[in-house]
Design a binder for this molecule. Structure first.
Ligand code: CA
Length: 225
């Protein structure tokens, strides 16, 4: 899961990033509304934690523009004020949830988990492609009666491929979604994870393979042989 944090109070932004990454989720942090909107428009995030009072563009404006552009990523608004009007305005703009500062890390994580579960994936416990099934809660990949546990990055990479069946997924998209836009070339070794996944497909005896489209990206393919 990838979370975008938009918060201009630097200490709080950093603390939020820490809380989220401690839960083994990936976090990108930006400090104003314009950057927040730019990042969020990628549609790459599972949840957006968005402060209301921000420089350049308010949280309300950001969420309104996202919804106008049909970006449906769940948004949790943060505000320092406990005002009912803020809450109503926020939810009217298209936010999904609302938290008043200060809040506990546990509360934030509980909200993030609840909202990401709710988001259009209520019944989606697994993804399938041909003979492969990826369980989204246990990170296990199965084929027929065989099953294998995936590492976190392997799971994230495969989830993207299985969410876009038969489409070529640009390598760049995988990097941004799994490692973050600011990651280094050394730590986003997509090829290595693709090769781990291929070995696991082989181990499972699956007909599915990961095709490489040169200079573009990867695609799941089912071998009909
Ligand atoms: Ca603020």
């Amino acid at each position: 899961m990838r979370v975008l944090v938009v918060e201009d109070e630097l200490h709080l932004a950093e603390a939020l990033g820490q809380i989220i990454t401690e839960q083994k989720y990936a976090a990108d942090i930006v400090n104003d509304g314009e950057a927040g909107l730019d990042y969020a428009m990628s549609g790459m995030y599972d949840v957006i934690v968005l402060d209301v009072m921000l420089p350049k563009k308010s949280g309300f404006e950001v969420v309104r523009e996202l919804r106008e552009n049909r970006i449906t990523t769940p948004v949790i608004l943060l505000t320092a004020r406990d005002e009912i009007t803020d809450k109503v305005t926020g939810l009217d703009c298209g936010a999904d949830d609302y938290m008043t500062k200060p809040f506990s890390p546990e509360e934030l994580m509980a909200r993030i988990r609840a909202i990401s579960r709710r988001h259009g994936e209520v019944a989606m416990e697994e993804l399938s492609f041909d003979d492969l099934t990826l369980n989204l809660s246990t990170y296990s990949l199965s084929c027929g009666s065989k099953s294998i546990h995936l590492g976190f990055k392997e799971y994230e990479v495969l989830k993207i491929l299985m969410s876009n069946p038969k489409m070529v997924v640009p390598k760049e998209d995988i990097i941004v979604k799994v490692w973050g836009a600011e990651s280094n070339a050394e730590d986003n070794n997509v090829e290595a994870y693709i090769s781990f996944l291929r070995k696991k497909f082989f181990f499972l005896g699956s007909k599915v393979s990961i095709g490489t489209v040169r200079k573009v990206g990867y695609r799941l393919e089912a071998d009909e042989a």
